[in-house]
Design a protein around this ligand. Structure first.
Ligand code: SF4
Length: 350
């Protein structure tokens, strides 16, 4: 670290951040609730995607108390399309705890904050530094990439323990006078200049401090060895429409992927083949299938798996026996239900 002129590095980074930062809605003030919501939304999600969701979320739930008192389905509805829905549920659980235990004020104590559901080390550091001006590290993949280059750190950033190396580095580098601008400067540098592929070193405000640039190895950093194994699942997605024009929706289980969201009924293609689909539907719903037509197939990529949905429009005659967790709903009412993106894309075809 001694090869870096730390005060000069801090100054160059902070001045650049103050002049070049993007105007983002959560940067309008240092309200810890807004910082918190934005940081949760930004996990695994691009800034441009988050902006309208953030604004809408703040319109609906402008305060901790408003979010604590809100109906969970309304919260999920406001999150619809952002993905990783457990983030929304955890956020609401944690916000309720803050309202009940901390008099509706986000705690600025690292331990109390870190114990809240969904608040990991990065989010904790981001809230403490950005909202409360505390000199705490906020290290995510973005910051690890930037610092791995500036300090030429060649540890594998896919390994969880490597984060500690970077947190220790930030503790040495961070500006005590302005930790908020320092941490946001590192994040902004990663977003705008020190990008994953082809960093813009020639425009970089901290180029003179950057060891990887000096050594010509910036393109080989960070080291990231682990690959996430992708699996794919193929389903029939059944858009079942009854005599009255209503559709069947089922609610997903309470735990796991897309928990408690609503969808058109799905069945794995390795459990029933196309020839027997009509018989399957007749048996499952105790009804008579009048017609089955193809709709456009839908593909959806999650972080670790991909869904291929073979979408069928099924018209049925007479009574339907509704399995648990299913409802008959008019086309218009479906809009009130939180659907995953893949099923919104099916809905758009109706
Ligand atoms: Fe990143 Fe290049 Fe700047 Fe180094 S000089 S911090 S590699 S953009």
């Amino acid at each position: 670290m001694s090869i870096i002129n730390i005060p000069q590095f801090q100054e160059d980074l902070i001045i650049w951040f103050k002049n070049e930062q993007r105007q983002l809605p959560w940067r309008e003030n240092q309200d810890p609730y807004r910082v918190w919501v934005s940081e949760i939304m930004l996990q695994q999600t691009k800034v441009d995607t988050v902006i309208p969701y953030f604004q809408n979320f703040m319109d609906h739930f402008p305060t901790l108390t408003a979010l604590a008192n809100a109906d969970e389905q309304k919260v999920l509805k406001a999150w619809e399309g952002l993905g990783y829905y457990s983030r929304a549920r955890n956020l609401q659980t944690a916000v309720r705890e803050v309202v009940e235990q901390y008099d509706a004020k986000v705690p600025d104590d690292p331990k109390q904050l870190g114990n809240l559901k969904g608040v990991g080390p990065y989010t904790k550091g981001a809230i403490l530094s950005i909202a409360f001006d505390k000199a705490e590290p906020a290290v995510d993949g973005n910051v690890m990439r930037v610092l791995s280059r500036i300090l030429r750190i060649e540890e594998d950033i896919a390994k969880p323990k490597t984060r500690k190396t970077f947190e220790a580095a930030v503790r040495e580098l961070i500006s005590e006078e302005n930790p908020s601008a320092f941490n946001q400067g590192l994040m902004e540098l990663g977003a705008l200049v020190c990008t994953p592929k082809k960093p813009s070193c020639l425009l970089c405000p901290v180029q003179e401090h950057c060891i990887a640039y000096r050594d010509g190895v910036e393109q080989t950093l960070p080291i990231k060895k682990k690959k996430i194994k992708q699996s794919s699942h193929t389903y029939f997605a059944l858009v079942i429409q009854d005599d009255a024009g209503n559709y069947l929706l089922e609610q997903r289980p309470e735990q796991g992927l897309l928990a408690q969201l609503w969808q058109f009924p799905m069945v794995k293609k390795n459990e029933v083949d196309e020839k027997h689909l009509s018989a399957y539907i007749q048996e499952k719903f105790q009804t008579e299938v009048a017609d089955i037509n193809d709709l456009e197939p839908v593909k959806h990529v999650f972080s670790h798996l991909t869904w291929f949905l073979d979408v069928k429009h099924v018209t049925v005659k007479g009574e339907i026996t509704l399995p648990t967790h299913m409802e008959q709903i008019s086309k218009n009412e479906i809009k009130q239900y939180p659907l995953p993106v893949s099923h919104q894309n099916i809905y758009k075809q109706l």
